[in-house]
Design a protein around this ligand. Structure first.
Ligand SMILES: [Zn+2]
Length: 110
């Protein structure tokens, strides 16, 4: 599914574990295992296809938050973030992210 955040289009795709691997080191690491990853170079959100539905939703939300932060909080130093800023980010991002997640899972039964 394709979606836009701040006028930039991304695509969500569900993948096998081997599709996360980009480097020789990752390929050789037997513990390398990801639930999701956002590729800002190709504007793709990769989600591990075999996750249980609840974890898949949380993983998608997590990746969408990375995109939200990159799109809207570009000048913020996220290492020194305060509770007030965190609450603001959550309040401002919630509807945007939830709308995408609902759309993505609308034909899922569980
Ligand atoms: Zn992350």
């Amino acid at each position: 599914m394709k979606f836009k955040i701040n006028d930039v289009e991304y695509e969500i795709i569900e993948v096998n574990q081997n599709e996360f691997i980009k480097t020789k080191e990752e390929a050789q690491d037997e513990n390398y295992f990801l639930w999701g990853q956002t590729r800002f170079d190709t504007f793709k959100v990769l989600i591990y296809k075999d996750l249980p539905i609840g974890q898949k939703r949380k993983t998608l939300m997590h990746e969408l938050m990375h995109i939200y932060l990159k799109s809207y909080i570009t000048n913020e130093n996220l290492e020194n973030i305060t509770e007030e800023i965190m609450c603001d980010i959550s309040a401002n991002s919630h509807d945007i992210i939830n709308k995408i997640v609902i759309e993505y899972f609308k034909n899922t039964t569980s």
